[in-house]
Design a protein around this ligand. Structure first.
Ligand code: DAH
Length: 340
C-alpha cells in the first residue's frame, strides 16, 4: 500500500498540467471515478485492519494533495483565460486620475475670507432676494435719489418691492439689525444687476462686503486694514491711495486705488495710463444707516468696504474678459490649481 501511495504521489507531482487539456488528462488519470486515487481507495477497503490503521491517514493526504494541485491550476488557467479573451490586461498599472481644480472665483473668495478671518472678522451671508428697504432704503438711498440709478436692478415682476440684491452691502443691514455689537463681519456673495453682458460687465457677479462697528472706530483703522489687505493680496510693495467718492451709506466715502502692478506705474491699458487701479469702495458708515438699523450713532462708529471678486481675480491673474468665469471652458479652468 505504502509503495502505491508513494508512486502515485510522485507521478501526480510530476504530471504536466500547464494547459487546460493536460489538466483534464490529469483529472482523468488520478481523480475520476476510475482514476488511480479512486482505485487505491477501492483497494484500501480490502486490506487488513493493521494496514488500515497504518495508511488510512496517508491515503487521505494523498487525495487532498492531488486534488489541491488540480484546483489551484484550474483557477490559475481560468483567470488568464478571462484576461486573454477580454483583451484587458488586469496587471497593468492604473492611469493616474486627473484631479479637478477649484474655480478661480472660489480661490480668490477664499483668499479674501482667510485674510479677514485672520483679523478676527466672522463670515455672514444674507439672501440673494431681498426687499427694497434692505437693499436701498436702510442704506440711505432716498426713494427718488439718483443714486438708485447707479445700480440697475432686477425686480420680481409680481412684487415690485422685492428684488435681486444689487450689492452685498445689504448684508450689513441684516447684521446691524441683529445688533450683536461689536460687529466685525465679512460677507461674500452673488449679486445681480441689469447690465449688458460684455468683457467688462456681467448681469451676475460676486462681491465681498466688510463691516466693522464698535466704539471709536476711525477712518485710520479702515485705511490700515485695507492697506494691509491690498499688499497681502497682490503680494508686493504696492502704493495705495484713497480718493474721495460718494456712496449713500458712507460718509465720508472713498475709493481705494493701488499702484499699477502690471506696468509699475509706467502706464498700460490696465491702469488706462494713469498708473493707478481702482479696487474697492469704502467709507465710514453713515450715522443715518446706523440709526435705520437700530444702532446708537452717538456711541458707535464703523467702517464698511465692498469689492468685486471678479474684478480682484481679473487683476490678480491679468484677465481681460469677465465672461470667461461663466463659460466653464476647461482650458481656462484647468489653469487654476491650488493646494486648498
Ligand atoms: N456697495 C458698493 C457697490 O456695490 C460697494 C461699496 C462701497 C460697499 C462702499 C461698501 C462701501 O461697504 O462702504 O458698488
Amino acid at each position: 500500500m505504502k509503495e502505491q501511495i508513494d508512486q502515485i504521489r510522485t507521478e501526480a507531482a510530476g504530471f504536466d498540467i500547464t494547459s487546460a487539456d493536460k489538466l483534464e488528462q490529469y483529472r482523468l488519470r488520478f481523480l475520476s471515478k476510475k482514476g488511480l486515487v479512486s482505485e487505491l481507495f477501492e483497494a484500501f477497503r480490502s486490506v487488513s485492519g493493521e494496514e488500515k490503521k497504518l495508511y488510512g491517514k496517508e491515503l487521505n493526504f494523498l487525495k487532498q494533495e492531488v486534488e489541491g494541485r488540480w484546483q489551484a491550476q484550474k483557477e490559475a488557467l481560468e483567470s488568464t483565460a478571462v484576461t486573454e479573451n477580454s483583451g484587458i490586461d488586469l496587471s497593468r498599472p492604473p492611469q493616474p486620475r486627473e484631479l479637478g481644480s477649484r474655480h478661480p472665483l472660489s480661490l480668490v473668495r477664499q483668499e479674501i475670507i482667510r485674510f479677514f478671518e485672520g483679523l478676527g472678522f466672522n463670515i455672514s451671508e444674507g439672501h440673494e432676494i431681498v426687499d427694497d428697504w434692505h437693499n436701498f432704503g436702510a442704506l440711505n438711498f432716498d426713494n427718488d435719489h439718483p443714486a438708485r440709478d447707479m445700480q440697475d436692478t432686477f425686480f420680481v415682476q409680481t412684487h415690485p418691492d422685492i428684488l435681486l440684491r444689487t450689492h452685498t452691502s445689504t448684508v450689513q443691514v441684516k447684521e446691524m439689525q441683529l445688533g450683536n455689537l461689536p460687529i466685525r463681519t465679512i460677507s461674500p456673495g452673488r449679486v445681480y444687476r441689469n447690465e449688458t453682458v460684455s468683457a467688462r460687465s456681467h448681469m451676475q457677479f460676486h462681491q465681498v462686503e466688510g463691516l466693522y462697528i464698535d466704539e471709536n472706530v476711525s477712518f485710520a483703522d479702515l485705511k490700515q486694514t485695507l492697506y494691509l489687505f491690498a499688499t497681502e493680496f497682490f503680494g508686493r510693495d504696492l502704493k495705495v491711495r484713497f480718493r474721495a467718492s460718494y456712496f449713500p451709506f458712507t460718509e465720508p466715502s472713498a475709493e481705494m486705488d493701488v499702484s499699477c502692478f502690471i506696468c509699475n506705474q509706467e502706464g498700460c491699458s490696465v491702469c488706462k495710463h494713469t498708473g493707478w487701479v481702482e479696487i474697492l469702495g469704502c467709507g465710514m458708515v453713515d450715522p443715518n444707516v446706523l440709526e435705520n438699523c437700530g444702532i446708537d450713532s452717538k456711541k458707535y462708529t464703523g467702517y464698511a468696504f465692498g469689492m468685486g471678486i471678479e474684478r480682484m481675480t481679473m487683476l490678480k491673474y491679468q484677465m481681460r474678459d469677465i465672461r470667461l468665469f461663466y463659460e466653464n471652458d476647461l482650458r481656462f479652468l484647468k489653469q487654476f490649481k491650488s493646494e486648498i
